[in-house]
Design a protein around this ligand. Structure first.
Ligand code: EPU
Length: 357
């Protein structure tokens, strides 16, 4: 277990916010987690798990012990007639893992190309893009329970995946308190994901339903694209719409796309006929939060050192410099102003997607 003191977290969060960790532990194995738990001082302190730092807003220095997940390793565990199953260490880069599976001839993750962050973080918020979510390719995961010192394995049902949601985002329910997790027990701050197993179904079926991808396919004039072609298109679409965190700090979509009832949607359409909306299988209607924010005139706006990306209003960006970066407080002030104006105009409450620390 490698323990470091007073560590800058600026290189470790994609917003590029300047904040420090009092104590940072580099976790490279399950044994490191056992050592942490056995430590008379560190073992008693609350922890904050940091993967790629691409979905966090740091509002100050972190007093909790920061666990920087660096467990590596990727391997094929099974090549069956109906699927390839791979196992990946939590600290591996998600995008590099997607590229690696394609290079090995195991398609299925191409729609999820270029999503920043680590493999261990992917189940936490059930990452998704262009018609595929992690849960569609998920087999199981291994974790370590800091409360009991035991390792465990969870299947998809036990992870309670939802839209950008899982059991790992919710605090453990307190005895007697109203359940804080939607289903089952919350595991935030307690369960550390160490390995993830992904199931890539055979035969491979391309997922091309998303409008942006259909457009790419039509432009290319290709009837039956390969997984590599879809991977390339997804990378092109993302590069055109989303800022590269290496050049402009951000945490991807800042708000979840809200869902409303069909009645609520009709009511809004009566006032805003152009509103972008998608019917969901459960009968509800999903609205494009980016459109709502855009319609309120926020695209390209800057408040302090926090800004709204000029090509996609759903993304908040760091308009400061590395020496004078945006603060988490500035980002949250802008986020609240956006929430207020969307609420006043549409009566819809936007919910932030990143974890605010
Ligand atoms: N739109 C606007 N103005 C904007 C932004 C979007 O009018 O400023 C409209 C677009 O024209 C489009 C619709 O809103 O009609 C949806 O936009 P887009 O296709 O870019 O997708 P999104 O709903 O904004 C979601 C995910 C992304 C994911 C894409 C593709 C959420 C919160 N975001 O974005 O995920 O990459 O779909 O599947 O679900 C992330 O979670 O960090 C993320 C980037």
């Amino acid at each position: 277990m490698v323990v470091e003191k007073n560590v800058s977290l600026q290189p470790y969060n994609s917003f590029g916010i300047a904040a420090r960790a009092q104590t940072l532990v580099r976790v490279r194995s399950v044994q490191d987690l056992q050592a942490l738990r056995a430590d008379p001082v560190l073992g008693r302190r609350p922890v904050f798990v940091l993967g790629g730092g691409s979905n966090v807003v740091l509002t100050g220095d972190v007093e909790r012990v920061v666990l920087k997940m660096e467990i590596r390793g990727r391997r094929l565990v099974q090549e069956g007639a109906r699927a390839w199953t791979i196992e990946v260490g939590a600290g591996e880069s998600w995008h590099e893992t997607v590229a690696w599976t394609l290079a090995q001839g195991w398609p299925g993750l191409e729609n999820l190309a270029l999503i920043p962050g680590t493999v261990g973080a992917a189940p936490v918020q059930n990452i998704g893009a262009y018609g595929v979510e992690l849960q569609d390719r998920f087999e199981s995961l291994d974790g370590f329970d800091l409360a009991t010192g035991e390792t465990f394995t969870l299947d998809a049902a036990q992870c309670a995946f939802g839209y950008r949601d899982s059991v790992f985002k919710h605090a453990p329910a307190l005895p007697g308190a109203p359940g804080s997790a939607p289903r089952g027990m919350g595991l935030a701050g307690r369960a550390i994901i160490t390995h993830v197993r992904l199931r890539l179904p055979r035969p491979w079926v391309p997922q091309l339903g998303y409008l942006d991808l259909e457009r790419k396919r039509a432009e290319a004039g290709v009837a039956h694209p390969s997984a590599q072609q879809i991977f390339d298109w997804v990378c092109e679409i993302r590069r055109a719409k989303l800022p590269d965190p290496d050049t402009l700090g951000n945490a991807g979509s800042f708000f979840k796309n809200p869902t409303v009832t069909p009645e609520q949607c009709q009511d809004i359409i009566a006032r805003e006929p152009r509103i972008v909306h998608y019917p969901m299988p459960d009968g509800s209607v999903k609205l494009a939060a980016g459109w709502l924010i855009d319609a309120c005139g926020w695209k390209g706006k800057t408040v302090g050192r926090a800004g709204v990306y000029d090509k996609q209003a759903l993304v908040l960006v760091n308009r400061g410099t590395p020496e004078d970066s945006v603060t988490g407080g500035e980002v949250m002030t802008l986020a609240k102003a956006i929430q207020t104006s969307v609420y006043e105009r549409f009566g819809i409450r936007l919910e932030p997607e990143p974890v605010v620390v």
